[in-house]
Design a protein around this ligand. Structure first.
Ligand code: NAD
Length: 289
């Protein structure tokens, strides 16, 4: 068993760290919200607080599950001088792949490894330990840390060199957001034409338009106005923005991504930081003239 640093005990990080503890790993945990880290330590025997960088000195692995690349860069920069040679950062946040590559280069110069291993599946799969995990990095580093990832996920795929996991994650979330917006438009327009909203979703689910939103979000979080999936609109807007920037970085136009990024960004600005991404359904509904 390893000594693992875990930074970012939010909606996703808390259940992921819980599974690592249950598997027998020694944990050093940190969150900017100190009470989240304190609550975790109180509920998990042997886990210790990592508010000081020195607390991570014994870690073989440091997992980051944080909101964005700015925060990841700042946290890793602070911790790196305290980490032991050969330690590996497993960057599981959804982040900007070009910045991840730059971070990996800086860490390599300090004798530290990095693989990016973002996840898909949301809070439910984080709790169940069945996340999809897409990994970028040197194959040997991936193999060395695969068993840690298997504690948190099921469909684990090495997708390419460092940054490739973050690139694919952003592209996945772009596809997912585009389908969510298309589904919301279809429901609102169908309803305006007189078709029952539940019937619209059920018929699409039996037809070729079926997608993750129609199957797992429309009834569960949108038609009932629960809007509590656990994945924020701000994080989704960040992911779609990363995907659109990636298109620019490789000189491949993504006109649809520009539209989806514009809509998620505008909705996030209007609905605020606390909004769940399923509230895009209500945002789309407000576009009616
Ligand atoms: P969250 O906002 O619930 O959790 C982020 C945590 O990071 C918070 O507890 C926050 O206090 C902490 N944090 C922020 N700045 C920090 C700092 N400087 N030092 C230490 N801790 C800090 O977000 P989440 O939903 O758990 O998402 C985490 C990451 O996973 C994001 O990159 C997100 O895009 C990605 N993700 C989320 C979901 C989901 O369904 N929620 C699914 C897949 C991927």
């Amino acid at each position: 068993m390893s000594t693992i640093g875990f930074i970012g005990l939010g909606m996703m990080g808390q259940p992921m760290a819980h599974l690592l503890h249950a598997a027998g790993h020694a944990l050093v945990v940190r969150d900017a919200n100190v009470s989240a880290a304190q609550g975790f330590v109180q509920a998990h025997a042997g886990a210790v607080m990592g508010q000081d960088a020195a607390a991570f000195a014994a870690c073989d692995v440091v997992i980051t599950m944080l909101p964005n690349s700015d925060i990841v860069d700042a946290v890793v920069k602070e911790l790196a001088p305290s980490l032991k040679q050969g330690a590996c950062v497993i960057e599981m946040s959804s982040a900007d792949p070009t910045r991840t590559r730059a971070l990996a280069e800086r860490l390599a110069a300090q004798g530290l490894g990095l693989i990016d291993a973002p996840v898909s599946g949301g809070v439910k799969k984080a709790v169940a330990g069945t996340l999809a995990i897409m990994v970028g990095g040197e194959p040997a580093l991936y193999e060395a840390h695969k068993s840690v990832l298997q504690t948190m996920g099921q469909a684990i795929t090495h997708v390419g060199p460092v940054g490739a996991g973050h690139a694919l994650k952003a592209l996945n979330n772009y596809v997912s957001a585009a389908a969510l917006i298309a589904t919301a438009e279809a429901i609102h327009v169908g309803a305006a034409f007189g078709i029952d909203k539940a019937v619209i979703v059920d018929v699409i689910n039996a037809s070729t338009g079926k997608n993750n939103t129609t199957e797992n979000k429309a009834h569960q979080y949108m038609l009932n106005a629960a809007f509590n999936s656990g994945f924020s609109l701000a994080l989704q807007a960040k992911d779609v923005g990363i995907a659109a920037s990636l298109g620019q970085a490789v000189n491949h136009p993504m006109p649809l991504a520009q539209v989806v990024s514009g809509m998620t960004g505008d909705a996030s600005e209007k609905l605020g930081n606390k909004a769940d991404h399923t509230e895009l359904y209500a945002y789309v509904g407000q576009q009616a003239r």
